[in-house]
Ligand binder design. Structure first.
Ligand code: GLN
Length: 197
């Protein structure tokens, strides 16, 4: 029998919490490629935009000439999982920052939305189609407005913290920092389907 080829996942590794995603996805059988410059661009079956500092990532994406090729891939339908700063990179509009990045996700996102008092916290909430999930928020954003075409996957205290739009899944929290691999498993499933096309 022909051996099933591993899905190849590109992970934006300019800055931030990319290693944790990498470890989790590798443990689930994916092959990982760290994207740092144009030489790392290959034919991926999925893309991870990790947490970190979105302003730094946006600047480096442009400096490294990665902005256009990645945006094109996202628009073509490449399965994309974005966490925290990654969600900020995808948003079409930012309520407290004039510079959106890819703008491929029709939502408005507020950066550092929980303020200083509640900078970081852990809670448990329901994710549609998945069940309860332990969510780790670190100076997190949330979605303040979403186009009707966007699926709202989860809310915490009435605020939207997880959405899906076509191939793009964006989370305000960090699933890669826990031990629950369900979100990453679902993402890999999506990548395998995309690969078969
Ligand atoms: N506060 C960060 C930003 O605005 C995001 C925080 C995170 O990714 N943990 O980019």
């Amino acid at each position: 029998m022909e051996e099933m080829k591993k899905p190849v996942i590109g992970i934006l590794s300019l800055q931030g919490a990319f290693l944790e995603h990498e470890t989790m996805l590798r443990s689930l059988g994916a092959e990982m490629v760290e994207i740092r410059n144009r030489n790392n661009l290959a034919s991926f079956d999925g893309l991870i935009l990790p947490g970190g500092e979105s302003t730094t990532m946006r600047k480096l994406l442009k400096e490294e000439d990665l902005y256009n090729p990645l945006k094109e891939q996202i628009e073509k339908g490449l399965p994309t999982l974005a966490t925290c700063a990654g969600m900020i990179l995808l948003a079409r509009k930012l309520s407290n920052d004039e510079n959106p990045c890819f703008g491929t996700l029709p939502v408005t996102v507020k950066r550092n939305a929980y303020g200083r008092q509640l900078g970081s916290f852990i809670t448990r909430a329901e994710i549609r189609g998945l069940g309860p999930f332990r969510m780790n928020f670190i100076r997190a954003p949330y979605v303040t407005e979403a186009d009707p075409s966007v699926d709202i996957l989860s809310k915490v205290d009435g605020r939207i913290v997880a959405v899906r739009y076509k191939n793009q899944t964006a989370l305000a929290f960090h699933p890669e920092l826990g031990t629950d691999t369900r979100i990453h498993e679902k993402f890999l499933e999506q990548c395998r389907k995309w690969k078969k096309k």
